[in-house]
Design a protein around this ligand. Structure first.
Ligand code: SF4
Length: 374
């Protein structure tokens, strides 16, 4: 006999029925889930799905972030990272500095370099290809997850190439997959205010589609906690779900909490723990075709990311080593967590830690080397 939980919010009962039958949730269900105060009810359902897909495993990886430049031609209001070239605080690494920075992360035998940066007016596609080739030559076993869809579109425009040709050049130079940033929120009304210099939502999805079509996997994200409505959030998630039906190219979804400090939107209050957890749970329930939901500890804090492992998340991200983008926007978390700390967080949540590579293949390691189990 199946025990039926008594939800505080009765509107969740028909949603539970769908979840138990493995039925797809609707736009209206998504809005209800974002509005219900019954976070335990939403979390219960998200946890059902999460355990159905991943059992007791919580994934993490040993990675290093590299941000080659913070110089950016755009001026997104959501951003505290991008700077104009003449700003005395702006920086651009030389190729040697990128490779040297990568080497500094090597101490923990990282399996992934996560590489994103500003839209630099002078760095060329050839420069980025050289950067990738240099990384591959020095660290052949490390996966290069590089460039948001926004960076790809900008590089294509500057090089006067199509998106597909730009992606092919980067892939041939060593890019293995793409991160999911730059999606922000697709709805134009809000996008125009928070990041009007970026490609629009349709273009973001087109770049992702093209990447998937040539065999590159990517992640996907949504920035929440600024000017968006619940309907805007659901619209965004369902657009990601529709593209995933088409391409199966998204590996993980990562909800990103807006950090307002040092941005022109600093009057907006920071997200609450309740909203952070809710975003994890709703994503797990709506994104029935995206395998992994990541609670990114840098943005949510390690404590919330840990609790999220019982509310729909199955991943806590990685060691990171040096994070600039959200720390420029006031993130107060540490800039790195050691492998042992990630282990402890996961185990204390009653989950089993599984080290993964970027594509979620389990990794077996000794102190300084690793093997990806295929
Ligand atoms: S969000 Fe990205 S594109 Fe926009 S200003 Fe910041 S670095 Fe540039």
């Amino acid at each position: 006999m199946q025990l039926v939980p008594l939800f505080e919010d009765r509107r969740l009962a028909p949603i539970l029925e769908k979840v138990q039958q493995g039925e797809r949730l609707s736009f209206g269900d998504g809005v209800t889930l974002f509005r219900t105060p019954d976070i335990l009810g939403a979390g219960y359902m998200a946890n059902l799905v999460r355990e159905r897909l991943h059992g007791n495993a919580t994934y993490f990886n040993v990675n290093r972030h590299i941000n080659p430049t913070d110089v950016c031609v755009a001026s997104c209001r959501l951003c505290a990272f991008g700077k104009k070239a003449k700003d005395p605080k702006a920086y651009t690494m030389s190729l040697e500095q990128v490779w040297e920075t990568a080497g500094r992360g090597w101490t923990e035998a990282v399996t992934e370099f996560h590489i994103v940066g500003g839209l630099h007016p002078e760095l060329t596609l050839d420069w980025y290809c050289e950067m990738l080739r240099g990384l591959k030559a020095r660290f052949p076993e490390v996966h290069l997850k590089a460039f948001t869809m926004v960076e790809i579109a900008y590089l294509a425009q500057r090089s006067r190439l199509t998106i597909v040709d730009t992606l092919l050049r980067l892939r041939d130079a060593g890019m293995d997959s793409l991160p999911g940033g730059g999606a922000e929120i697709f709805i134009e009304r809000v996008r125009r205010i928070i990041c009007d210099h970026k490609i629009d939502g349709r273009q973001w999805l087109d770049v992702a589609r093209t990447a998937h079509q040539i065999g590159l996997k990517s992640n996907c994200t949504m920035l929440y906690g600024h000017l968006e409505t619940d309907e805007d959030r659901v619209d965004h998630l369902l657009k990601l779900r529709a593209l995933q039906d088409e391409t199966q190219g998204f590996v993980a979804y990562i909800p990103l909490a807006f950090h307002p400090d040092n941005t022109p939107l600093r009057h907006i209050p920071k997200t609450t723990g309740f909203d952070d957890i809710r975003n994890i749970a709703v994503a797990r329930l709506l994104l029935d075709n995206i395998p992994h939901i990541k609670a990114y500890w840098i943005m949510m804090t390690p404590k919330i990311a840990q609790i999220a492992q019982r509310f729909g998340a199955d991943d806590i991200d990685g060691t990171v080593v040096e994070e600039k983008i959200y720390h420029d926007a006031g993130a107060t978390t540490s800039q790195s967590l050691r492998r042992e700390e990630l282990f402890r967080l996961i185990q204390q949540a009653g989950r089993e830690p599984v080290e993964r590579d970027t594509l979620y293949r389990p990794v077996e390691r000794t102190q300084t080397t690793f093997t990806v189990l295929v």
